[in-house]
Every structure is written in structure tokens, then in C-alpha cells.
Design a protein around this ligand. Structure first.
Ligand code: HEM
Length: 403
């Protein structure tokens, strides 16, 4: 058949089917489409790259930041049982094992799109509703509840809470859209989408791998972070077994923080730097040194004033105790114009073992005093327990849900 793609046996049989089913009109249009649109070329090394889905921890936490993310919260259907939640986890585990390794899911609606894994990771979280639905309140970590109200919060129900969370990250937006379609369709008889947020960093290849990206205010964001593979990272991020089923898991906090970029644009560079306490050019602390140097909070400038202003973001975010540490995995978002401005900002995604010990005091300090608050406000907030990873033959969340 003229115009038949030579490298796709699935394409051939589908076109033969069209010929049989709908006659020559279908053949002609299929042939034209194939001529006009050459098959997607082979995946590049970046497209072929995979992250293992199985292991002690779920992927997508200690994984170097990918260039795009979709965060989807789901609400469980009324009356769902623990056995059904376990069934959903088994189905999702199967989807995850396949999709992250570049293979179509079972019954994949668009198998062609699975061919480019692009470092896809899928990280699943449980909100408080899972424990209520599964009649397992005793297994709910005590910290798994909505964060307390903070000064300046402008939370909207549309961006808050949720029974289940799926964090999808990859270096390609088509891969992400496909993974989202598969997982959401797998979940359809168990749970419905409560909210979804799309986030992005620079596209892979625009900067050297491992470069810390910029937020939409223009500042390098994510410099001070625990380093994967160190004992420090393990202590900050992974749950030590409180409760026991959560050992090797974590806690994910997702805050949707809107930026008033119009008002931010009226500040000059120096004023912006004073808000953060780091330079706009490369993120070096205003106390001096290179971007990787820690801000010296005691340093003074030539006129005797604090080099890092008293209400600068990095001063207030700096830990006041060894426990007050988190892993930040932020993505920018931009949903375009809304009444009175633009809905863009930061999907502030942070991991820690225990938010009550590690996160809440820091957030309260920032909410009360951070200069940055004049230009940002939280419009969404959610907290999830991140179950540990899974091994071959096992499923996500099994340590909680297995009877
Ligand atoms: C739109 C909101 C936010 C923006 C634009 C933002 C941006 C930044 C920037 C540019 C830095 C300095 C560079 C770096 O170390 O990454 C920083 C540091 C930091 N931020 Fe934020 N941030 C935001 C919200 C938050 C929130 C809500 C928290 C925690 C509750 C937080 C915690 C931190 C921490 C812990 C540091 C490192 C502080 C240190 O030097 O020890 N940030 N942030």
C-alpha cells in the first residue's frame, strides 16, 4: 500500500483493518496521513533514559529533577474498601513498572506513546482519606492531616487536599500526558480526579544536567538541599518506621504558591536580591562566595548592616535546629491570565520524614516574617504519606494494605 510506514508492523495491520472495515476511502486517508507525517524518529539518549521503578524507596524523590511534572490528586469513590484500594495499587504498580521502562501499559489506549520513557517516575501518596476508607485509622501517621492555617494563606478547595496523589515527572511532556491518561483511566472505577497541577523546569538539554533551575521570579531555586545517597539525605527524607508500614517512605507536602509577577516586575535587581538574600545573576549569597556557599547570616556589609537582610527568605528559611530540614523538589507553573492577573508561580513540593518536626515551624516563620510574602501567596495545600518502594512481585502500599 502506497505510503505505508515501513517500520511499524502495528501500523500495517491497523491500516489493513481500516481497508477491510471501511473500504477505499479509509485507505486513501490513512495513506495520506502516513505520507504527510513520517513516523516519530528513534528516541534520543535522553528519550530512552529510564529510572528504575522498583527498590527500597519509590522513585521520583531522590531522582534528579526532571523537566516537567504533573501532580494529580484523586478522591476515592464512596464506599470503597481496603481490598479495592489494594486492587487499584496492584493495577497502578503494573502500569508503573511498564511505563517507566518504556513499555505500553496493559490495554494501553495509545501504546505508541510509551516508547519514550524520558526518565519517567511515578510517585504515589496516600492522603488521610485512605485510612478512613480502609478502616485503618490506627495506621495513619499522626502528622497526616491538613497543615495548620498560616498567615497569608489564600487556599482554594480546588487546589487542596485529596485522598490519593500521583506525582508524575519526566523530561518530556508527551510522555507525561500519556502516563497521566493511563493512570487516570486505570483509576476510573476507584477514584476521580480532585485537582491536577502541571509544572515545569527548563527543558532537558537547555542547561547542563544537574543545573539548579530558576523560578518564574528569575532566581535559582533549589540550591540548599540534602544530597541523595548521603546519610543526611536519608535522615531528612525517609521515614524510619513510624508507623512501621511507612519505613522507607516519606511525607510529601504540595503547596501551590501564586506569584504576583506584575508587581514583582516593578522591583529593581537589587531590591529583588534583598528579598531572597541571594544574587539574581547566579544565586550566590549576598554575604559573598559562590552559589554553593551557605549564606553567612552574621556577615555585615561596608556600612555595618546585615549583608543578608533580616527578613530575607534565605534567613527565615534557614534551619533553627538540626531537625528542621526538608528536600525541595519545586516546579514552576503557569496557567495563563485570570481575572485581575495571572495564575503562575511555584508548585512547592517538599519531602521530609516528619512534617511536624521538620516543616511546620519553618513555614510558620516564613508566613509571619518573610519579605517574599508581599509577592506570593499559597492558593493550594495538601499533605500525603508516601509509601515505601516495592520489589518485584509486590505492589505499592502493600505494607499497609495487605490483609
Ligand atoms: C513561591 C515561593 C518560594 C520561592 C519563590 C522560593 C525561592 C527560594 C530561593 C530562590 C531560595 C534560595 C536558593 C536556594 O537555596 O534554593 C530559597 C531557599 C529556601 N527556601 Fe524557598 N521559596 C519559596 C517558598 C518556600 C517555602 C514555602 C519554604 C518552606 C516552608 C521554603 C524553604 C526554603 C529553604 C529551606 C531554603 C534554603 C534556606 C537555606 O539557605 O538554608 N521556600 N527559596
Amino acid at each position: 500500500v502506497k505510503g505505508e510506514p515501513v517500520n511499524s508492523s502495528r501500523g500495517v495491520s491497523r491500516r489493513r483493518f481500516l481497508l477491510g472495515a471501511a473500504g477505499s476511502a479509509a485507505l486513501v486517508s490513512a495513506g495520506r496521513a502516513a505520507q504527510a507525517l513520517p513516523a516519530e524518529p528513534e528516541a534520543s539518549p535522553a528519550g530512552e533514559a529510564t529510572v528504575p521503578a522498583q527498590g527500597e524507596h519509590q522513585a521520583g524523590v531522590d531522582t534528579p529533577l526532571q523537566s516537567a511534572a504533573i501532580f494529580t490528586a484523586y478522591n476515592l469513590v464512596a464506599g470503597i474498601t481496603r481490598v479495592e484500594i489494594a486492587r487499584l495499587m496492584q493495577l497502578w504498580t503494573d502500569d508503573i513498572v511498564r511505563l517507566t521502562q518504556g513499555r505500553p501499559a496493559l490495554g494501553d489506549p495509545v501504546p505508541e506513546l510509551a516508547a519514550i520513557p524520558a526518565r519517567l517516575t511515578v510517585t504515589v501518596g496516600f492522603g488521610p482519606g485512605v485510612f478512613a476508607a480502609a478502616a485503618m485509622e490506627g495506621a495513619r501517621p499522626s502528622w497526616l492531616r491538613p497543615l495548620p492555617a498560616f498567615k497569608g494563606d489564600r487556599l482554594q478547595a480546588d487546589w487542596s487536599g485529596g485522598d490519593l496523589l500521583v506525582q508524575l515527572c519526566a523530561d518530556d511532556p508527551v510522555t507525561l500526558a500519556h502516563a497521566d491518561q493511563v493512570l487516570t483511566s486505570t483509576a476510573s472505577s476507584f477514584a476521580s480526579v480532585a485537582w491536577q497541577q502541571h509544572g515545569f523546569q527548563r527543558a532537558r538539554g537547555m542547561t547542563p544536567d544537574g543545573t539548579v533551575g530558576r523560578n518564574l521570579m528569575g532566581f535559582v531555586d533549589g540550591i540548599v538541599n540534602p544530597v541523595p545517597g548521603t546519610a543526611d539525605f536519608d535522615a531528612v527524607v525517609w521515614n524510619p518506621g513510624q508507623p512501621p508500614w511507612l519505613k522507607g517512605g516519606s511525607c510529601l507536602i504540595v503547596r501551590r504558591i501564586r506569584m504576583d509577577l506584575q508587581r514583582w516586575s516593578s522591583l529593581d535587581t537589587r531590591q529583588r536580591e534583598e528579598v531572597f538574600g541571594r544574587t539574581a545573576a547566579d544565586g550566590s549569597p549576598l554575604s559573598g562566595g559562590s552559589p554553593q556557599d551557605r549564606p553567612d547570616l552574621d556577615a555585615r556589609d561596608s556600612s555595618g548592616l546585615s549583608a543578608i537582610p533580616l527578613f530575607a527568605h534565605v534567613r527565615l528559611a534557614a534551619p533553627t535546629s538540626p531537625e528542621e530540614r526538608i528536600l525541595r523538589r519545586p516546579f514552576n507553573y503557569d496557567s495563563g491570565p485570570i481575572a485581575g492577573g495571572r495564575d503562575s508561580g511555584l508548585i512547592f513540593a517538599a519531602y521530609c520524614a516528619n512534617p511536624e518536626r521538620q516543616y511546620i515551624a519553618m513555614q510558620r516563620r516564613l508566613a509571619d516574617h518573610d519579605l517574599l510574602n508581599s509577592w506570593v501567596s499559597a492558593v493550594g495545600s495538601a499533605v500525603f504519606a508516601i509509601p515505601p518502594g516495592f520489589k518485584d512481585g509486590h505492589y505499592l502500599g502493600e505494607s499497609l494494605l495487605k490483609i
